[in-house]
Write a protein that binds this ligand. Sequence first.
Ligand SMILES: [Zn+2]
Length: 273
Amino acid sequence: MLGGIFLTHLHSDHVVDLNNILVNGIYNGLQSVEKIPVWGPGNRNALPPLFGKGPAPSPISPANPTPGTKEMTELMVQLFATDLNDRIFDNRKPSPAQLWEGMDVPVPEKYLANPNGAPAPSMEPFTFFEDDRVKVSAILVNHAPVFPALAYRFDTDDGSVVFSGDTARCSNLIRLAQGADVLVHEVIDEDWVAQLFPEPRDEASEGLYQHLLQAHTLKTEVGPIAAEAGVGTLVLSHLVPVVQPESVWAACAKGFDGQLVVGRDLDVIDVGK
Ligand SMILES: [Zn+2]
């Protein structure tokens, strides 16, 4: 039963399955309680800065180069209009307008003033969704030049879970995760990055090298982050690269007394009592 979708940021590796869930899933048996909200960051409202020297490339979709979650979801419906109309007319399926709705997480305006002002401004978590089962809060994290990039906290009567999304070490995230039962946190193996991009690096490889180290959390940092947040269980997610042996990630327990889980697809993690 699907009650909602929460996107941390709009990098393609985090949204590529959205159509699979919404169109192929719902039209092929995936159950939902009612219309499914698809929450995520709003419009960036500015292109990222150009890395390196030389003339700027032409942006994609110059009239609106950085659509947010609500716009992206609406554009996705347009993109698949041929298929969706076929289902609505020929198969008498309900319209997407009855099935799901893109929603921009309402980050307080004052924190959105400078999309290129990394790191993300220091702030308190804010709650944007609450029903009788779950309270959902968010905070900005450091995944520059991606902005807004969000982390989420889900509080229920049975326990609490925090998802870091993609982020470098971030004090906002540690604030959001205080005392949570489970922290699902991204991690990157900095030794692998150094091997992948040996010196000397050209402009393109220097750009990617810098992005990987400055926009993600190093394996030596993630254990101390979990300890500082005081969480019970740390689940490593978004392992970069995923092919590393288990021993590389097991080392992330250093500095953390709780339970460490090296996350794998389709894992089920217990929460609370
Ligand atoms: Zn990302």
